[in-house]
Ligand binder design. Structure first.
Ligand code: NAD
Ligand code: MG
Length: 397
């Protein structure tokens, strides 16, 4: 077995964070947790600190440093309490850490993801929004600093597993015709637009196959999740939009496929449980137990496939459009989507208003080259401002 891996789990209290820690806890000889972070949930962070005894615990909201420190003291832990953005960056680059699990949701994860890449860490990347926002910069930073990125998103992890593991990115793509990302179709697969008029947040978050955080659950219901994943695949694997396809597969057993020039198609199959991807990435290139049982294909009996319904779910094409536009278009679509989903979850925007708000924002915010972090952050801010403005107009009509 390889030496102990030292791991920072950023976004430890979330759905991915919990799955990662479940796998880590099964292999105490192999993995040690150096950092755990959370946004605002001090109690959940403290509970994880008691279990994993990390070197440091980071709460993103600086106002919560005192209760975190008090809780760690009361528990008699030597864990150092830290707070705020800079603490998150320090954790992502700490010398005692070789692996960073990027499991924060949204653009809020971008800075720590980039910092881990810059520090040459092994980066287990779940935070897809940071790839959509800053893909070119992230891939370039990782390459220059020798950071290995292993995708956690189940589709991209599947593709990672179906590509040859040797050679640089260019070589790995030799003979690849296209990537096929599978999509469950979400809770509203098969419905017509008119049937989506009065969807509530709880209906949108009730995913048929996966249990996930609320933001990605809504993204799955609108198919924006698949759109973000197309952009993510473009950056991670270096193929143009026309060679990345989406295939609806309601059972979520085939996690994605690679189509080769000789007519071979390789797929990765497994139960819809993120611990498989996390275990694969944590142990790579070895294989370890993840807690996920064997797939019983005879019990499933059949696997279905169909094309996505691009008219009912226009978010998919909005993402393709952003990828074609290039530059800051990904940042704009991502930011508009974050504003739209948050408004929908708070009851301030209809379900069908989500693609509308994204399209309006993409129409109105100028796309620029986006070749620096400042340009990307400016685009993110401009899109959030524009989307918030359109939101007030839409809701008053
Ligand atoms: P979640 O909402 O369950 O957890 C998010 C985590 O990020 C929490 O620990 C939260 O405290 C932290 N966080 C939130 N806002 C923050 C902020 N502003 N600053 C610092 N920390 C913050 O989300 P999730 O479902 O675990 O998803 C995490 C990421 O992984 C997302 O980018 C998502 O798209 C991606 N992903 C998730 C799944 C899944 O099955 N849940 C699958 C594939 C990809
Ligand atoms: Mg996915």
């Amino acid at each position: 077995m390889s030496a102990t891996r030292t791991i920072a789990v950023l976004g430890a209290t979330g759905s991915i964070g919990g799955s990662a820690l479940d796998v880590i806890a099964r292999h105490p000889q192999r993995f040690a947790v150096t950092t755990l972070s959370a946004h605002r949930d001090v109690d959940a962070l403290l509970a994880l600190c008691r279990q994993f005894r990390p070197q440091r615990a980071v709460i993103a909201d600086p106002a919560l440093l005192d209760p975190l420190a008090a809780g760690l003291r009361a528990a008699g832990l030597a864990t150092e309490p830290l707070a705020g953005r800079n603490a998150l960056l320090a954790a992502a680059t700490a010398g005692d850490t070789d692996t960073v699990i990027a499991a924060i949701v949204g653009a809020a994860g971008m800075a720590s993801t980039l910092a881990a890449a810059q520090a040459g860490k092994r980066l287990l990347l779940a935070n897809k929004e940071s790839v959509v926002l800053a893909g070119a910069l992230l891939m370039d930073t990782a390459k220059r600093n020798g950071a290995q990125i292993i995708p956690i998103d189940s589709e991209h992890n599947a593709i990672f597993q179906c590509l040859p593991t040797v050679g640089d990115t260019g070589d790995r793509l030799k003979g690849v015709r296209r990537l096929v990302l599978t999509a469950s179709g979400g809770p509203f697969r098969g419905r017509q637009r008119a049937e989506l008029e009065s969807i509530t947040p709880d209906q949108a978050c009730a995913h048929p196959n996966w249990v996930m955080g609320r933001k990605i659950s809504v993204d799955s219901a609108t198919l924006m999740n698949k759109g973000l994943e197309v952009i993510e695949a473009h950056w991670l694997f270096g193929l143009p939009a026309e060679r990345i396809e989406v295939l609806v597969h309601p059972q979520s057993i085939v996690h994605s496929l690679v189509d080769y020039a000789d007519g071979s198609m390789l797929a990765q199959l497994g139960q819809p449980d993120m611990r498989t991807a996390l275990a694969q990435a944590l142990a790579w290139p070895e294989r370890i137990e993840s807690g996920v049982g064997a797939l019983d294909l005879a019990r499933h009996g059949r696997l279905d496939f169909e094309p996505p319904d691009r008219l009912t779910f226009p978010c998919l094409d909005l993402a393709y459009h952003a990828l074609q536009l290039g530059g800051t278009a990904g940042a704009i679509v991502n930011a508009a989507n974050e504003v739209a989903v948050s408004a929908f979850l708070q009851g301030q925007l209809r379900f069908l208003g989500i693609p509308e708000l994204i399209a309006r924002t993409l129409d109105r915010v100028a796309v620029t080259a986006g070749d620096s972090i400042d340009a990307l952050l400016a685009a993110d801010r401009a899109a959030r401002d524009a989307a918030t403005h359109h939101l007030t107009l839409m809701e008053s009509t």
